[in-house]
Design a protein around this ligand. Structure first.
Ligand code: DUC
Ligand code: ZN
Ligand code: ZN
Length: 477
């Protein structure tokens, strides 16, 4: 078994930071020691197989992206990252675990959906992976099958209040699924947007000739997110289900979550880097030689980008600081412009929804540290520790301590990262983040004791990643 010592760095956790050396034996962290320690008289640096010098750098638990959609069939095509390409890109960016969404739809069995996602991922992933279960067809069979998910290590499921005819659940279905959630401890994840009303608005815009990508965001107005978030909260409270609202983008939805949390209700929220940095105004102004105004399709995602002028971004950063929002995931759902986004060239309603960011989440959130919006500790908490606690991985993941998996990232605050489609590792022909300059750089990425990224080179292999059987959320009461 290989032994690795990460020496001389500043180990950062959700609760503090300090100079320490980290010793990994095989796949597991076995000690966090005072710098330069001798263990039982042994000079550690001289006796391990590998020493990684982290002097002047941060040593953090590997990132956990709890919201990805590799190979998702959606919008008439499939998300362009496979489990192989997407998890490799994640590794490049300092993420060592993902939780992806297995899909069940009307007329399909939950067990078959989960088995299909196992088949897609097994033997292909660069990093460890778990699943949530999308229940896109709530009926007696799927409600019964949900009761078996915890035993499968799938301790959360997702419902959609959007996308009628695709994944949509009505209030009666949501109520029934939440009753199962309350009974079993499964965490209810919710895409909270009023889909039927959005579809009417979108049709009216299209009929009026407003078909450019920007109108996607106009149809998906913040009122649609606020209303659905409130409805989800009330149904969760009624049933006793724990609720986690995904990809929150509107400040009014944050206010709903904050209100519910202030009542002491078991309600949580996640946002994504796109809602912290990108805006509807930029999408409106987007133009390129190749695509003209259709350039804006690169930023078509749901929930949509919000208006900078309305203050959503500022509110969201604040909510991250005050813990009204607890986590940052990506909702990584990449589609190429050629052959995929261009399906909606004549009508925004046909543009596959999604942005690819799995590679950039750690860097983009570190920018929040650089600009003084969050602390170093909060960076780790939002991107690794809380995801581990929220989704039943804590102890193994999300923390640097003896007994935890050897998932460690050495991050160089003096490094620099330029984001560009020409250099990223995601399987996309463009980047929603093109031109972003990051003051910081992922140096070394270790996944269960194996150095998979170091010195600008990839040392991992397809199949390094294993399925994560997750326990119940630590936040259940
Ligand atoms: N939103 C996206 O942008 N893509 C996939 C599904 C979703 O809800
Ligand atoms: Zn969603
Ligand atoms: Zn999603």
């Amino acid at each position: 078994m290989t032994t690795t010592l990460i020496s001389g760095g500043t180990v950062v956790s959700a609760t503090g930071r300090g100079e320490a050396d980290v010793l990994i034996d095989g796949e597991t962290i076995v000690a966090v020691l005072a710098p330069g320690s001798h263990l039982l008289g042994t000079d550690l640096a001289a006796s391990v197989d590998t020493v990684i010098d982290a002097t002047g750098k941060y040593v953090i638990p590997g990132g956990i992206d709890a919201h990805t959609h590799m190979e998702l069939p959606f919008g008439g095509t499939n998300a362009s990252d496979t489990f192989e390409t997407g998890t490799r890109a994640a590794a490049w960016g300092g993420t060592t675990s993902i939780i992806d969404f297995a899909v069940q739809k009307y007329g399909e069995r939950v067990q078959d959906g989960l088995a299909a996602w196992h088949a897609k991922a097994a033997g292909n992933c660069a990093i460890d992976y778990g699943f949530h279960q999308i229940v896109g067809g709530v009926d007696d069979d799927s409600l019964q099958a949900m009761r078996g998910l915890v035993d499968e290590g799938v301790s959360s499921f997702k419902l959609f209040m959007a996308y009628p005819g695709v994944f949509y659940s009505d209030d009666a279905q949501i109520l029934k699924a939440m009753q199962v959630s309350a009974d079993t401890g499964l965490l209810t994840m919710m895409h909270a947007e009023n889909g039927p009303a959005i579809d009417v608005l979108a049709a009216q815009l299209a009929e009026a000739g407003k078909k450019a990508p920007y109108y996607h965001g106009i149809a998906r107005a913040w009122q649609m997110e606020e209303e659905a978030t409130h409805r989800a909260i009330m149904l969760a409270n009624l049933t006793g289900a724990p609720l986690y609202v995904v990809h929150v983008s509107a400040k009014q939805a944050v206010e709903q979550l904050a209100w519910a949390r202030d009542q002491g209700w078991n309600v949580f929220g996640e946002t994504c880097p796109q809602y912290l940095y990108l805006s509807l105004e930029e999408q409106l102004g987007a133009f390129s030689e190749e695509w003209g105004q259709f350039e804006g399709a690169k930023w078509v995602c749901s929930t949509p980008l919000r208006s900078r002028g309305e203050g959503h971004q500022h509110h969201m950063w604040q909510a991250l600081r005050t813990n009204d929002i607890q986590m940052v995931s990506t909702d990584h759902c990449p589609f190429c412009m050629k052959g995929q986004k261009e399906l909606g060239l004549d009508d925004f309603r046909a543009i596959p929804n999604g942005i690819g960011s799995v590679e950039h989440r750690m860097d983009l959130m570190y920018q929040g540290v650089v600009t003084g919006k969050i602390t170093l500790e909060r960076w780790v908490e939002l991107t690794s520790t809380t995801p581990a606690r929220m989704f039943g991985l804590y102890g193994r993941k999300g923390v640097i301590q003896p007994g935890a998996d050897g998932d460690v990232v050495v991050y160089d605050p003096n490094g620099h990262t330029s984001i560009s489609a020409a250099t990223h590792h995601m399987n996309m022909d463009h980047s929603a983040w093109d031109g972003f300059e990051i003051d910081g750089q992922v140096d070394t990425v270790i996944s269960r004791g194996k150095v998979i990224v170091d010195g600008g080179a990839y040392h991992g292999a397809k199949g390094d990643g294993r399925f994560l059987k997750r326990g119940l959320s630590q936040y259940l009461i």
